[in-house]
Design a protein around this ligand. Structure first.
Ligand code: ADP
Ligand code: MG
Length: 149
């Protein structure tokens, strides 16, 4: 009661993918089992680059395991908590198929990081984290982070 539904957004800028990975490791400290992170941004924005950092911050030793799960739809990383990496880009009906993919089960034991999350619109769980990525230069990205209640 009284808590705001949506927290004020925070904004971060990075220059190059290594800085984005470092931001991801930092933001990972806020994440807990059961959290869902919606990643929103065009192709090449840096969603996967950020996931590499988030997964690293959650204890995944080898960042090379992280790649866009475009073909398998879900990848699972053995971090301190299980990290599920989803990509909704190729789904015909993302909001309907999210349940089929087993998102509820994933959130029961792990953390879900979802690329192209805007494609699922209202089917995404609440509360959730939302990270919007804007391309602001050849190697510059702006990240807007908010908690949606
Ligand atoms: P997405 O998953 O959003 O399609 P990727 O993370 O796969 O994007 O790719 C991001 C691309 O942008 C990579 O080629 C990366 O080298 C480049 N890039 C340039 N600057 C940055 C930055 N600041 N952060 C993240 N990626 C960047
Ligand atoms: Mg990607």
């Amino acid at each position: 009661m009284g808590a705001p539904n949506v927290t004020a957004p925070e904004s971060f800028q990075t220059r190059g993918p290594a800085a984005t990975a470092a931001l991801g490791r930092r933001l990972a400290r806020r994440l807990r089992r059961g959290d869902c992170v919606a990643l929103i941004g065009e192709l090449g924005a840096g969603k996967t680059a950020l996931v590499r950092g988030l997964a690293g911050g959650l204890g995944l030793a080898d960042g090379r395991l992280v790649s866009s799960p475009s073909y398998v739809l879900v990848q699972e990383y053995p971090a301190d908590v299980t990290v599920y990496h989803l990509d909704l880009y190729r789904l015909a009906d993302p909001s309907a198929e999210l349940g089929d993919l087993g998102l509820d089960e994933m959130l029961a034991d792990g953390i879900a990081l979802i690329e192209w999350a805007d494609r699922a619109a209202d089917a995404l769980p609440r509360p959730r984290w939302e990270i919007r990525i804007d391309i602001t230069g050849a190697d510059k990205r702006t990240f807007t982070v908010r908690r949606v209640g």
